[in-house]
Write a protein of this length. Structure first.
Length: 1138
């Protein structure tokens, strides 16, 4: 017994010692990381950071992030669900990730910074944190400090680290990227130990942090998460297959652990993940998902990311157009030709890349790692390479798009399958693997070159002194190799000798790191000073930015000469040579000549006084030393202070843009729109205005995407072929509530003016609608319930036809009634004056027929079209209901004819020219119709062909019916209010509306509205309305919207319908003065449950780390035998580390 106690004590002491060493190791990593962080910060600041700190955001989409940031900041920490300022209403919290915004907001409040300052801090700081994450990952896993240090350094000097904020403005993804290396680090530490059945407290801690960082990645931006999950999956599979002998069981165990991690992540992030996917599913149903499979277009050619781009072997460039066409004669596939320049194929991806020097070292690391690390480090590189190859295969991505299109149609499993496939195939996510492993591989490449030479004497490492000596020599050698390769390839293959591909730009000289002007001091100072002297702007820009950066001069003998660029400012020489023809300007010189000229200038003798050559004399290193003086750095740091964001860095342009927005009144109950050609306003409008705008820059957040696209197509394209008739513009403006719009010179101004828009004043970009509607309308006008096939988008077709004269907004409002007649009760149908059946369905024929019969006979008005084979429920019927004017319906055709006759007995048809009707032709065959010659006694033929009825109508009971058997709206394919078939259809509808009328209440007189919060609006009634009426609220329908009518005696829940483009519609009973209508967002109880589950899973994970015995369960012996192997000795952490 005593012996056993001693053994137990020894084991406890050993475990305590190991735990202490682990804690000490973690502490050491943290301390050293702080030192490394300072070095990374200095280097990053010099290369790029000073531009972020002093200039702010530059990317094209940056303002979309800033606007959401401001809206969230206004309500922090109690974020509303709804954002009414854009897109006709979108979700503020579930349409786009908000963790990074919250981080920026919290930082601003903690340090009393402005949002602009806090955002600049995180745009800059997230790159440093990512680089630090790479350092920690490499140091922990490879245990070689110099490799870890170089790995983090290689990342922060690579354009790929800075591309999102400077190029595309994907700020959320950029900031959230800092979670990626830590996610992979903890997963790597966890999975290797788990595969060896080590579930000690360290393993459990790694599991906890894996799940936490995976959740943070998703909450920051889903692409960071997809990059992590894809890398984890491929890496784990590769490890299981290559690293273990018992492959099948190891892969199976990995699958179980991976599924467990994924399941834990879903529950931890579920409080946001599940509502997010629910919302995006609704937005997709609003038109974000195309009804046609993807086709190979020029977008796939132009956006082709290749390995040569990623590794800067042949980065896309900007070319002078004249030289380009001389060389190629015709544009090459994927190249974009503009007025004066040409952008090479994949130009937009040029900075999604690593400098050539780092790429070369990475390629070196592949063979050296296989030799030196065998099956350990190469597995990481292999997993990264798989994802890189997927990312650069545009045909593969095109295939995935097509597969996803068809999988999405599967019930239940469709969306999950498409989601997972998109996670594994999205290039933006997959490139995170390259961001991590290419720098690590490159650092190991620098280290491995000499390490490979010392490999044969590996046996000497048994002695401590030799291990230390080898480590020192290899570390110094790695630094020397890295420095040499970085210096030699510093501007290759696409820049000028005095520039560097380290920083934010790899091939565009105009934006590359300029070693002669590294802090850009000359650029802004010279522009400010010389513009004040009245010097031409082009002259100033050419001088300050450097003539040599122009595409046509990049290959010039002066600009491209490395020796000359070292001693002299080549751009200044080029500027002087415009006025001189001395030999240097003709390119007649050698490197020796340049050495002699520099020496002469140092002696005070100018070899070319006519161009003041010595005025251009400045050694490259001397310039850098001068630029990096403490005074200039402090000056840049002082520019961190920034009160607000700028729409443009040119103050004059910034004021002009803001002045344009100021012309639009501040009013929460009107809406303005903007041309797609002025995208800055669509992003920044909600930042500066409390007036809602129509546009949502993040278009997949829109719940009415297709209808919004339809509106844009009617208003703006200068060469629009389908919607050429301006008659739709006032109709759309009223339905959408658009009162003002911001135009662009390329817009069809004449069409807008014919549609009722007038320029506010000469020179203004703002147009005002002549007959605007507020965003809330209460009216007694008739309402039309449209029932039709949703998959065929019947309501959209009817709505579009209505805008071109079928049913004007002032006459009645169209309500989307779904596709089933029998989903309504008699009382519900009687709330509407007119029912429009087109492509309709029913579940119970007799019930549906009885409902419509009752509706019509009790005074309702009905339009019904049975002429859509297989789509309209009654396209063929041996016996018809009372409301159809024919005794039976056969599907037939009457030949390819236009032998039409109009019967004017029932409806006055003046002005209708039937000669303008299209013949009954479908493609090359006859047009099918649903008809017969057996008219009922109450019916009258209206349009016949060769004597057979195509359209008929009449009075039935107290109601009216118009029937078509020819698919009337589908037969007229043009959207033109003057088209004879369209005017004929309008006449039919006019007859249905005879005797029906109504008027709209006057906003702010007959009723008022108050926006209590984004999630609530109160409407108060100031005028009694004895008849039924409707409220049309021009914001998107969402399931969370609720409505109540509050009267003196009762509270009534109101049913919400979709009307017009998808906005809120309420049928109101008679209302009295003092009554109130409440519209409010009410999140479902399941959202609270999701939050409780997320909190619960976090607590369970912590409990599992501290006290795992709580979760021990007995496995079925057979399952246990498959999954678990007989325990073997667990390798120590030192043996498992790379």
């Amino acid at each position: 017994m005593e012996a056993k106690l001693k053994v137990l004590q020894r084991n406890n002491m050993g475990g305590l010692a190991k735990g202490s060493r682990w804690v000490l190791g973690v502490f050491s990593v943290l301390v050293v990381s702080l030192f490394v962080l300072l070095i990374y910060n200095l280097i990053a600041f010099v290369l790029v950071g000073h531009e972020v700190i002093s200039g702010g955001v530059l990317g094209s989409d940056s303002w979309a992030f800033i606007t959401r940031l401001k809206l969230l900041s206004d309500y922090f920490p109690d974020y509303p669900f709804w954002n009414y300022l854009e897109g006709g209403g979108v979700s503020l919290t579930y349409s786009y990730p908000i963790l990074t915004h919250t981080i920026v907001i919290v930082t601003a409040k903690l340090f009393s910074w402005t949002l602009a300052e806090s955002l600049k801090f995180w745009i800059y700081g997230s790159v440093i944190v990512f680089g630090l994450g790479i350092f920690v990952y490499a140091w922990v896993r490879l245990r070689i400090f110099v490799v870890a240090f170089l790995a983090g350094l290689f990342y922060i000097i690579s354009p790929i680290a800075w591309m999102w904020p400077f190029e595309w403005g994907f700020i959320a993804e950029h900031i959230a990227g800092m979670f990626f290396p830590f996610t992979i680090l903890f997963f790597d530490l966890f999975i290797l130990r788990a595969l060896d059945k080590d579930f000690s407290i360290r393993t459990r801690i790694y599991l906890l942090f894996t799940v936490i960082f995976l959740a943070l990645s998703f909450l920051g931006h889903p692409f960071v998460f997809t990059g992590a999950i894809a890398f984890m999956l491929f890496y784990g599979v590769v490890v299981s297959i290559i690293r273990k002998k018992d492959k099948f069981r190891t892969v199976l165990r990995f699958g179980i652990y991976f599924a467990g991690v994924f399941f834990a992540f879903m529950l931890l992030a579920g409080f946001w993940l599940f509502p997010f996917y629910n919302y995006t599913g609704l937005a997709g149903s609003g038109g974000n998902q195309s009804s046609n499979p993807p086709k190979w277009t020029e977008e796939y050619d132009r956006n082709d990311l290749t390995l040569s781009h990623v590794f800067s072997i042949n980065p896309p460039r900007e070319y002078d157009k004249v030289k380009y066409l001389k060389e190629y004669e015709t544009p090459q596939e994927g190249d974009s030709v503009f007025d004066v320049h040409v952008l090479g194929k994949g130009y937009i991806f040029r900075n999604l890349s690593f400098p050539l020097a780092i790429s070369i070292l990475f390629l070196i690391s592949i063979p050296t790692s296989i030799i030196l690390w065998r099956k350990k480090f190469p597995m990481l590189i292999l997993a990264a390479l798989i994802l890189i190859f997927i990312s650069v295969s545009m045909p593969f991505i095109f295939l995935i798009h097509n597969v996803s299109f068809y999988l999405a149609k599967l019930p239940l499993l469709g969306l999950p399958l498409v989601t997972v496939i998109s996670w594994l195939s999205g290039w933006r996510g997959n490139m995170f693997a390259a961001r991590l492993m290419v720098p690590v591989g490159a650092a190991f490449g620098a280290y491995g070159i000499l390490a490979l030479l010392t490999y044969p004497i590996k046996f000497l490492e048994k002695k401590f002194v030799f291990r230390v000596l080898k480590a020192v020599i290899l570390s110094v050698a790695a630094l020397a190799v890295a420095a040499s390769v970085l210096y030699y390839f510093r501007y290759k293959p696409a820049l000028l000798p005095y520039q560097s591909s380290y920083g934010k730009e790899v091939s565009f000289s105009g934006r590359a790191t300029n070693i002669r002007n590294i802090l850009h001091e000359k650029r802004f100072e010279e522009i400010e000073a010389e513009l004040g002297k009245g010097i031409n702007i082009d002259t100033v820009l050419n001088k300050s930015l450097g003539l040599c950066t122009a595409p046509e001069l990049k290959d010039n003998f002066i600009c491209a000469n490395e020796k000359l660029s070292f001693y002299f400012d080549a751009s200044r020489i080029m500027a002087k040579c415009k006025e001189s023809s001395v030999s240097i300007c003709g390119g007649f010189f050698s490197d020796l000549d340049v050495d002699n000229w520099a020496s002469s200038c140092d002696k005070g003798i100018d070899p070319f006084p006519s161009i003041d050559l010595c005025g251009s004399r400045s050694d490259l290193f001397g310039v850098v030393a001068n630029d990096l003086s403490l005074e200039k750095i402090n000056k840049k740091v002082a520019e961190f202070k920034q009160n607000d964001f700028l729409l443009n860095f040119d103050e004059k342009v910034d004021k002009q843009l803001k002045a344009t927005l100021d012309e639009i009144p501040e009013d929460a109950f009107i809406r303005y729109d903007q041309s797609p050609m002025v995208a800055i306003f669509s992003m920044a409008g909600p930042y500066f205005k409390t007036t809602p705008q129509m546009t949502s820059y993040i278009n997949n957040a829109s719940l009415i995407n297709r209808m919004w696209g339809y509106q844009v197509s009617n208003f703006y394209p200068p060469n629009e072929k389908v919607y050429t008739d301006p008659a739709s513009i006032p109709e759309i403006s009223k339905y959408f509530g658009i009162s003002y719009l911001i135009s662009h010179p390329s817009d069809p101004i004449d069409k807008l003016e014919k549609g009722g828009y007038q320029r506010l004043k000469d020179g203004s970009a703002i147009f005002k609608f002549s007959d605007p509607e507020p965003l809330i309308t209460i009216s007694t006008r008739p309402s039309v319930l449209v029932i039709g096939d949703e998959a065929k988008r019947v309501f959209e077709l009817v709505f579009r036809k209505a805008n071109f004269g079928l049913v004007s907004y002032d006459k009645a409002i169209l309500v989307n009634g779904g596709e089933y007649i029998d989903s309504y009760s008699v009382d519900e149908l009687n709330e509407f004056e007119v029912i429009f059946l087109y492509g309709y369905k029913y579940r119970n024929k007799n019930k549906a027929w009885a409902l419509i019969d009752s509706f019509v006979k009790n005074g309702g008005r009905l339009f019904v079209d049975t002429g859509w084979q297989y789509v309209s429920a009654d396209w063929k019927a041996d016996k018809t209901p009372d409301f159809l004017p024919l005794e039976k319906l056969d599907w037939t055709n009457y030949g390819k004819t236009k032998d039409y006759t109009l019967n004017r007995d029932l409806i006055e048809m003046s002005g209708i020219d039937i000669n303008g009707f299209s013949p009954l032709v479908w493609e090359d065959g006859p047009w099918g119709v649903s008809s017969s010659d057996l008219l009922k006694s109450w019916a009258r033929p209206i349009l016949t062909v060769s004597g057979h009825p195509l359209v008929a109508g009449g009075y039935l009971g107290d109601g009216r019916v118009i029937w078509s058997g020819m698919n009337l709206l589908g037969h007229s394919k043009v959207y033109d209010s003057t088209n004879p078939e369209n005017t004929f259809a309008a006449k039919l509808i006019d007859w249905l509306f005879e005797g029906l009328s109504g008027q709209s209440l006057v906003f702010r007189r007959d009723f008022n509205a108050a926006r209590i919060s984004p999630d609530r609006m109160d409407v108060s009634i100031n005028k009694q309305v004895g008849d039924k009426s409707f409220l049309y609220f021009k914001e998107s329908v969402h399931p969370f919207w609720k409505a109540k009518l509050l009267t003196a005696n009762r509270e009534v829940d109101l049913k919400i319908f979709k009307a017009g483009p998808g906005f809120v519609f309420l049928e109101l009973p008679p209302v009295n003065i003092g009554d109130k209508i409440l519209l409010y967002i009410e999140e479902p109880i399941k959202h609270l449950i999701f939050k409780l589950i997320s909190i619960g899973i976090f607590i369970l994970l912590v409990v599992y780390v501290v006290y795992p015995k709580v979760f021990k369960i007995k496995l079925n012996p057979r399952f246990r035998q498959i999954v678990l192997r007989k325990k073997s000795s667990v390798l120590s952490s030192e043996e498992e580390d790379y």
